[in-house]
Design a protein around this ligand. Structure first.
Ligand SMILES: Cc1cc2nc3c(=O)[nH]c(=O)nc-3n(C[C@H](O)[C@H](O)[C@H](O)COP(=O)(O)OP(=O)(O)OC[C@H]3O[C@@H](n4cnc5c(N)ncnc54)[C@H](O)[C@@H]3O)c2cc1C
Length: 441
């Protein structure tokens, strides 16, 4: 790694973990029975457990690693409200044969509901996680992207009351201290959090609602019984009435039929050292989260204490060491903010997201009968929190409506069993297309 960009106190762990790290010591006893066993201790699993507990069911949440090992404590903390849902839906049909437009509308409505869900859980459970509804600015990478965004803003306002508006290039500096983009779109109805504190607060809430959280218990085999399921784990066997799979980008051979439907893709982030206060305050004047319209997108923000830049992106589509990802992300950050030249990196980390072949989130039951909510497509803080809770309601028989993502066809590809060998080639192709689009702009 370029030693000049590394702070002497550099750590290859998430910046968020400086405040609260996944608890290695939390190894509660594994109960032998549960009403519902949830595999995966991220925010999908915890939101499900909270809802089940509120309805009087005993949930046991297990994670093969420490609770919070997965993406839920590693993400950028952008809380979207369905703005990235709906792409790739042309030609799709609604559940009862309705039009693609109706389906997109239903999905965007669920996206809207997901933001409401996160906000109400945070308020109801008193979770201190620096939540703020600051809005997001999405920078247009080319003039053509800017034109496309205008239609999207109109759609989001019509279907989701997203309070979105376009910002032309000449007013862009109201949003970002940079001329890198060709204008962009602001979506006011989005927020930001400190993800590790959100996850920590969810753990506390789940326990308050009666759930048992067991770390370092890796599920190994799930067997159907006359009434319910038997789940073997590395710490013993649990008999459960229902089983929920909440493993997203870490979905493995435990559920081969789900593994072949999701593509794990790495996302990488760096945190800078604290900046001079005037510089830090100038970078994003309205303190929004930022993203851009590239195929290989970047997302960035200022830390909750207002001192550092957190800059993320798919520097590579596969897991690579910070030695590889940090210099790439640092260079991308300087393209947008040359004024940060000389700023060093204190943290660099990585985690897995999960993409579906139709770019949509999915909730439902496998043929075998396991419940699942998977496929965040890069942005799952809100939607997977919501779908996790919806599974809980569904199991309790308390759902008053069926989310549009429930029970939809969950596609796979011939010869794909879960090993995304094609990602380096796709990543290279997307980067080339981005470069070409920008060169022609
Ligand atoms: C770097 C990065 C940045 C991101 N930024 C954003 C963002 O700004 N906004 C946004 O909305 N989304 C973002 N995301 C996506 C978001 O973090 C995820 O969608 C979300 O956290 C998924 O939560 P989850 O609970 O489904 O899965 P995870 O939190 O990934 O948890 C899955 C868990 O399952 C466990 N597991 C797997 N197999 C087993 C087994 N056999 N037995 C027991 N446990 C098992 C794993 O150990 C893991 O802890 C980002 C993700 C990453 C990696």
């Amino acid at each position: 790694m370029d030693r000049d960009i590394l702070h002497p106190e550099f750590r290859a762990t998430p910046y968020w973990w400086d405040d609260v790290a996944p608890d290695e010591s939390a190894r509660e006893e594994l109960p032998s029975r549960a009403d519902v066993l949830i595999v995966g201790g991220g925010l999908t699993g915890l939101n499900c457990a909270i809802e089940l507990g509120r309805g009087g069911a005993h949930a046991v949440v297990i994670d093969g690693e420490a609770m919070g090992f997965g993406a839920s404590t590693r993400n950028g903390g952008g809380v979207s409200g369905g703005n990235s849902i709906g792409k790739g839906l042309s030609g799709a049909k609604g559940r009862s044969g309705g039009s693609a437009d109706e389906l997109v509308a239903a999905m965007i409505a669920d996206g809207t509901e997901s933001l409401t869900h996160v906000e109400s859980v945070i308020a109801r459970e008193g979770i201190q996680c620096h939540y703020a509804r600051t809005g997001r600015f999405i920078g247009a990478f080319t003039p053509k992207h800017y034109a496309g965004m205008a239609a999207k803003a109109e759609q989001l306002n019509r279907l989701a009351e997203a309070d979105a508006h376009m910002v032309p290039r000449e007013r862009q500096r109201e949003e970002i201290a940079s001329d890198y983009y060709f204008g962009g779109m602001v979506i006011n109805r989005t927020g930001k959090i400190h993800p590790a504190l959100y996850h920590h607060g969810l753990m506390q809430a789940a326990r308050r609602h009666g759930a048992t959280l067991v770390s370092h218990a890796r599920a190994g085999a799930i067997t159907r019984k006359a009434a319910g399921w038997s789940v073997e784990t590395s710490r013993g066997t649990v008999e459960a009435g229902e089983v929920v799979i909440a493993t997203n980008g870490y979905t493995g051979r435990l559920t081969p039929d789900l593994q072949r439907r999701v593509v794990p893709i790495a996302s990488h982030i760096i945190a800078t050292e604290p900046l001079p206060p005037d510089l830090a305050a100038s970078l994003i004047p309205k303190a929004r989260t930022l993203a851009d319209s590239r195929r290989v997108l970047c997302y960035f923000r200022i830390s909750p204490d207002g001192t550092r830049v957190l800059f993320g992106g798919r520097a590579r589509f596969t897991q690579v060491t910070p030695q590889v990802s940090a210099p790439l992300l640092h260079a991308m950050m300087l393209q947008r903010w040359p004024q940060l030249r000389g700023t060093r990196v204190t943290h660099a980390w990585t985690g897995n997201v999960a993409f579906a072949f139709d770019y949509l989130p999915h909730m439902g039951r496998t043929e075998k009968g396991l419940h699942y909510a998977l496929a965040c497509n890069g942005s799952g803080v809100a939607i997977l929190s919501y779908l996790g809770a919806e599974i809980g309601k569904k199991i309790l028989g308390q759902a008053n409506r069926v989310p549009s993502f429930d029970g939809r066809d969950f596609p796979t590809m011939p010869f794909y069993a879960g090993n995304p060998w094609f990602l380096p080639a796709i990543g290279g192709w997307y980067r080339f297309r981005d470069w070409l689009d920008r060169s022609l702009a």
